[in-house]
Design a protein around this ligand. Sequence first.
Ligand SMILES: [Zn+2]
Length: 363
Amino acid sequence: MTEFDILYFAPGLPSHGEKARAAFDDGALAVNGRRVEVALADIGVTLGGFNHDQLFLFWHQEEGRYAISPVDASAQAQLIAAAPPPLSGLLQGARKDVSRGRRRSRFGLGALGLVLLLPLLAIGLMVWKSHDIAGWIAGHISIEQEQKLGEIAFGQATAGMKLREGGMDADAIRDIGARLTRGSNYSYKWYVAEDPAINAFAVPGGYVVVNTGLIQAANSAEEVAGVLAHEVQHVERRHTLKNLVHSLGLRAALALAMGEIGSGMLGDTAARLSELKFSRDLESESDRLGLLALKQAGIAPQGMVSFFDKLRKQDGAAPPALLSTHPASAERMQALQAMINDIGPWPAQPLPYDWKVVKAAEK
Ligand SMILES: [Zn+2]
């Protein structure tokens, strides 16, 4: 049994991980001598780190997401050499040392699928070195595939939520959303979720969910429009798709790139879509393009600033859910205002909604 040095990521541990030792013992992964109660087939492989060249094995348990990452090249070689199937096939593939890796994949691709997969894997790893394989794969998914995937992801992300498409608030959101997405490749669907948490999120393919908590926290239709304008950019620019692909791990992502779409492959990733964070760059891109969408729709931009500013200054034990995925730092607020000054001013018509009336209709 070979032990290798890793960084261990687990709920409750520092976000940069903790040094630990790991091994594969009797067909299971063990960390610090303790067996991880997760089947090897449920462990995903992904590349991450600053240059996207760091190998991660990850899995989910009740408490949340766990991952290990070898500390250096020699630990990585030890890990790859020690990994039993089904992990070994993928890991050896990642090293282009694949002569014996032709095991049936978890998605039933079989030997033929693997033969097709290997060149993709090799290309993928090359691309990954310089850019980001998730973005690369996301770029190779057609809109039709994305919509199919989105439908599955939407079902999983909203399981247990109380959704509706009717009512004064949902009608207003659909109308404002339509103004902001005129000419888009996506046919958007707008939902209101009966949930007091202040949150909204978008799913690949054009599903947007707005909580009643957000509707109640807004003082004007323009504030809601600001959030929607930002959220739809995560769809338009395929940020949520990239995020989803990235979280799936390399194996499922490549199956997806080959046109395989199944609900099983999404694991619990889609269920956590509303909690997935974007990088600061993507957030800032969504802010900028969101402002342009507001301009195009002739909607005043100040609602976007005032809403996030309001959330930021809100006192309370827990920050609003929207802020956990959209940190409204002073820098972001300043950047938003600078973007507005940069783009604007533009002629705007007040949105034809008395938001007090819309909110009162919910009660
Ligand atoms: Zn965002």
